[in-house]
Ligand binder design. Sequence first.
Ligand code: CTP
Ligand SMILES: C[C@](O)(CO)[C@H](O)COP(=O)(O)O
Length: 229
Amino acid sequence: MAALWCVVPAAGRGVRAGGDRPKQYQLLAGRPLIAHTLDRLAAHPSIAGLMVVLGAGDPFWQPVSSLGGKPVLTTTGGGERSDSVLAGLEALPADVTHSDFVLVHDAARPCVRLDDIQRLIDLAGRGEGGLLGAPLRDTLKHADEAGHSLGTEPRDRRWRAFTPQMFRRGALVDALMLAREDGIAVSDEAMAMERRGIAPLLVEGAEDNIKVTTPADFALAEFLLGRTN
Ligand SMILES: Nc1ccn([C@@H]2O[C@H](COP(=O)(O)OP(=O)(O)OP(=O)(O)O)[C@@H](O)[C@H]2O)c(=O)n1
Ligand SMILES: C[C@](O)(CO)[C@H](O)COP(=O)(O)O
């Protein structure tokens, strides 16, 4: 497969993580979280360049034009993650064609493994795309508003969705634009594609590809960073 660009949405405010700056700029093992994510992506031999999507007027981004010899471009995102991803896709260099695959990977997932990215590229690239994820391993409950368990849901064939997610550039732009026009909030790229009748391939990846979301996740990510690559 041809080399791929990776869009990295990094325009979130990180409200659930708290702190004095968005979580992607908080320190993890002595460096901003996003630096770990970008280094890891740039180290993947199939990734040709990174398109980092920043918040408007982001004062924390330390400009960098290349990593590991690969170009790093930036653009400005929007109010929802899907707006930021769409902005990143639209800002990709013109030589990334409509039918080229692109990756999308959350800045907030610094522990992604390179071999999982490779498996995603190999397997999802044979069809219309896919995403890393993991089958649900716990018993699944549904609850009332006060947190009482009202019942137990089937968990077979239930997966948790991770990133990277990989789709053809044009198809993903169309799917995200349609979701926007329809007023549907899509929480990941696969959801936008599912609405177009595509069934993205779920590729099992390591559970340690966590999305740093709450304050407690920083310590876990720091631990995981030391044992993944
Ligand atoms: N408008 C947005 C919202 C999110 N993101 C990015 O999407 C990824 C996953 O989003 P999430 O973990 O939900 O981040 P936040 O929106 O920052 O978190 P919160 O909901 O706690 O504010 C993050 O890398 C985040 O920076 C983005 O680029 N643009
Ligand atoms: C894309 C994603 O990381 C898949 O798990 C997730 O949907 C984004 O997180 P959010 O908190 O829903 O924005």
